[in-house]
Design a protein around this ligand. Structure first.
Ligand code: GLU
Length: 437
């Protein structure tokens, strides 16, 4: 059975870049009738914050991306200790003592000499005596996984046959100097223990995948399937990585983007399928196929997302907003025609209360002094023309035209502003009979 997971580190708020793996893993699991796990990668105690965990859940809830199982790495340290011991016993995990500054310097020399900046495994040559001496100096080791320097190949769910030559990859650090685990090892243990079948993540993890395939192997298990999606770029094709911090799901929510619009956009971005507003999660799942995604970078544009949001809003059926209209005080007997009338005039669902107020008469008329007399006359005519129907506006304004000689904008606008308090909005002929006063 298919099992996927979304594994964010709670070191900040989720942004559109994180949404990509979250959504693809969720869709893949749902499409296959499988299990979707939310896993919190919080072994970095210093940078992980509980408020971010809560925000991650809130964001996924908002989007309707429910999870079937919740796990957090900080609760599984004993499991990682056991895995580390097993790797040590096999000679695959070795202590190294270089400081970050030393490593930096070494990489610089390597580059200057035209060599790839790969860790030179100096620590493997240390004798027991050397290590004892270093530790006596107060140095604490970090632990590296000894890679087999060979090519690792897998059939990637998006990239197809993918090969990484581990001879040009540094032995990855799995345990930090302070004893903290890096997600690289923990993730393999979790994926093994939780029966994860498919790992879908960004292509910035391709090298990690090669090392993790070797870790699976060293721990005696078969690796999961892997699929690496391309990363987001902006409309000009430039990397978005530096700007992702400002493209949080929270800020997108506050900008009035609807969850389904965001999902419709992100679920097809970077795939061969067209981006269209979808009316439900079921529709999104239905049309989803991981094989339709390609290696080309996915162009993310807030303008495109905004346009899709509007398109979705303007076609939104009454049933989707009935409750909101009710909550905004729109009488149920006229809520449906009211919605069908205003939906193309609003920029977001947050505009509903304003239009509900106009409907209920809770708005301040806007009357220019030079129009006061005309408006008084017009309102008297409208009063006399009750009950208002779909014809009232036309007959009353035709009559007013004759009586005052006004026409066009001068005829209609003062009346629109008097009745609604604003100069824009839906067809007055249709709105008039819906007004509550
Ligand atoms: N916590 C890791 C990250 O956010 C998970 C990567 C993975 O999906 O394996 O980069």
């Amino acid at each position: 059975m298919t099992t996927t997971r979304f594994a964010p580190s709670p070191t900040g708020r989720l942004h559109v870049g994180n949404l990509r793996p979250a959504l693809l893993n969720w869709l893949h699991a749902r499409k296959q009738g499988g299990t979707f796990i939310l896993r919190i990668d919080d072994t970095d105690a210093e940078r992980s914050k509980e408020e971010h965990v809560e925000a991650i859940k809130r964001d996924l809830d908002w989007l309707g991306l429910g999870w079937d199982r919740f796990e957090r790495q900080s609760e599984r340290l004993a499991r990682y200790d056991a895995a580390a011991d097993a790797l040590r016993a096999e000679g695959r995990l070795y202590p190294a003592y270089e400081t970050a500054t030393e490593l930096d310097l070494r990489r610089k020399y390597q580059r200057q000499a035209g060599r790839p900046p790969v860790y030179d495994r100096a620590a493997l040559k240390l004798t027991d005596e050397d290590r004892a001496k270093l530790e006596a100096e107060g140095r604490r080791p970090h632990w590296r996984f000894r890679l087999d320097q060979e090519r690792v190949t897998w059939t990637d769910g998006i990239r197809g046959e993918t090969t990484v030559d581990c001879a040009s990859v540094s032995d990855p650090v799995l345990i930090r100097e302070d004893g903290g685990y890096l997600y690289t090892l923990c993730s393999v243990c979790d994926d093994m223990d939780f029966g994860v079948t498919d790992v879908i993540r960004g292509e910035d993890h391709v090298t990690n995948t090669a090392t993790q395939v070797q870790i699976f192997d060293a721990l005696g298990d078969k690796p999961t399937g892997f699929a690496h999606h391309s990363l987001l770029v902006d409309a000009e094709g430039a990397s978005l990585s530096k700007r992702l911090g400002s493209l949080t799901l929270e800020s997108i929510r506050e900008a009035g983007i609807e969850p389904l619009a965001l999902l419709s956009y992100m679920a097809r971005l970077g795939s061969a399928d067209p981006i269209e507003p979808r009316a439900s999660h079921a529709e999104l799942i239905d049309g989803f196929d991981l094989a339709r995604f390609g290696r080309a970078p996915a162009r993310f544009s807030m303008d495109d997302l905004g346009a899709l949001n509007l398109k979705a809003l303007h076609g939104k059926p009454y049933g989707d907003v009935a409750e909101r209209l009710h909550d905004a005080g729109v009488p149920d007997d006229r809520a449906e025609p009211f919605w069908l009338l205003i939906r193309e005039n609003i920029a977001g669902l947050d505009d509903i209360p304003d239009w509900a107020a106009i409907l209920k008469g809770d708005c301040t008329p806007a009357i220019d002094p030079e129009d006061a007399e005309y408006v008084t006359l017009a309102l008297a005519e409208l009063e006399a023309a009750r009950p208002w129907t779909g014809e009232t506006w036309r007959t009353v304004t035709a009559d007013l035209k004759e009586r005052t000689g006004r026409k066009g904008k001068a005829l209609f606008m003062p009346l629109r502003k008097a009745l609604t308090g604003r100069g824009d909005g839906p067809d007055m002929a249709a709105l008039l009979p819906l007004l509550c006063r």
